[in-house]
Write a protein that binds this ligand. Structure first.
Ligand SMILES: Cc1cc2nc3c(=O)[nH]c(=O)nc-3n(C[C@H](O)[C@H](O)[C@H](O)COP(=O)(O)O)c2cc1C
Length: 347
């Protein structure tokens, strides 16, 4: 009786607030703190992004995004004579700082990324036309490059040249997709780190918005730590203590300057996660994704254990290991094609 009353009040309230965005904001500000952690994560991420933009040690995400934009400018048809005017100064500034850092503390900078930035900027300044802004920055860039050995840029837009047949056939991929199932029972056998790394190498090749790759695989294969991590999410009850290893996939909200892109950590990390699962499967390993709902107690425990900052959000966890051949997997009927897709349907 009491529960029914609560339910009716909730329904009435939701019916009312659903009528406008402002009412929804008021509702979540006054009646529910459900979005508090997300708000804090987004705000902390924006702040960190702004601070990093000025730090001598870091504007990695800005440099990565801008170099990506330059590459898009370079591959455009037709290519504009002068482009990137609104961000080339920022890009050269970020590059100069990364370049300097690479010289003083090489371990703090990814040399391959620096090389990529150097090559793309070299090609940009080679092909772009004369313009007061560009000319000044070209000089600045050339002064930096004068201190390193001269080489033709290679990490730049290229023709893929993929006319030959692909050895992976559709049937192979279908077989792999059918083979992969959520496995919850594993052999108590260590997982070679090399296999995990090989799977992450495939995940690393996935698309991500502006190539920002705003995620990280935090792998736990130490028995005690794996148990600790596995005991935190709610969806592991009854089987969480048999995981040989577990991954916590973390998204980094500070990759983006604005809240409009707050969902990209989930999209990008999930695309990488799927490739990771397939790559595990090709090596005879199995996995089970584990849900990470936004729950106060779990968030607190995980943040403390992993030392997460407010803008670092858990996307999901992934249990993995050699499958126990006698462990059952759920049948998990998939939706038929007709329910899954439509062509050209509009309002
Ligand atoms: C984001 C996500 C969260 C999941 N969370 C859990 C979980 O907490 N516990 C669990 O046992 N399975 C979890 N699963 C596994 C699903 O139950 C499983 O993928 C689904 O039932 C389909 O089965 P299949 O993976 O074998 O195709 C999760 C899967 C995904 C993609």
């Amino acid at each position: 009786m009491f529960e029914r009353l609560i339910c009716q009040i909730q329904r009435f309230t939701l019916d009312l607030v659903a009528k406008s965005g402002l009412l929804c904001s008021l509702y979540y500000a006054l009646c529910s703190g459900s979005f508090r952690r997300e708000h804090r994560g987004v705000v902390s991420g924006r702040l960190k992004h702004m601070k990093e933009a000025r730090k001598p040690t870091g504007c990695q995400y800005i440099l990565r995004r801008n170099i990506h934009l330059l590459e898009k400018g370079l591959l455009m048809r037709p290519r504009h004579d002068a482009f990137a005017l609104d961000y080339i100064e920022e890009t050269v500034g970020c590059y100069a700082r990364a370049f300097e850092l690479g010289r003083t503390s090489p371990n703090l900078v990814s040399q391959v990324e620096l090389q990529w930035a150097s090559d793309v900027l070299s090609l940009y300044f080679e092909v772009v036309g004369a313009h007061p802004i560009i000319d000044e920055l070209r000089e600045r860039f050339c002064a930096l490059q004068a201190t390193v050995p001269d080489r033709a840029p290679t990490a730049v837009p290229y023709e893929r040249g993929v006319t030959g047949p692909l050895s992976v056939k559709y049937e192979d991929l279908l077989q792999l997709a059918r083979r992969r199932r959520s496995v919850r029972w594993f052999l108590q056998k260590p997982v070679p780190r090399k296999m995990i790394d090989r799977a992450i190498a495939v995940a690393a090749l996935c698309p991500s918005a502006c190539n920002l790759q705003p995620f990280e695989f935090r792998v736990f294969d130490d028995a005690e730590l794996t148990q600790k991590v596995a005991s935190i999410p709610t969806g592991t009850v009854g089987f969480g203590d048999n995981f040989p290893a577990i991954v916590v996939l973390i998204g980094k909200l500070h990759a983006w300057p604005g809240e409009q892109d707050r969902h990209l950590i989930y999209i990008d990390a999930s695309l990488a996660a799927m490739a990771f699962l397939f790559a595990l499967e090709t090596q005879g390993l199995s996995s089970c994704c584990l849900n990470w709902p936004d729950l106060q107690a779990q968030e607190r425990r995980m943040s403390k254990l992993l030392g997460l900052e407010p803008d670092e959000r858990v996307i999901m966890l992934i249990a993995l290991g050699y499958p126990d051949p006698h462990g059952l997997v759920a049948y998990s009927q998939k939706k038929p094609l007709a329910e899954l897709r439509s062509f050209n349907i509009t309002a």
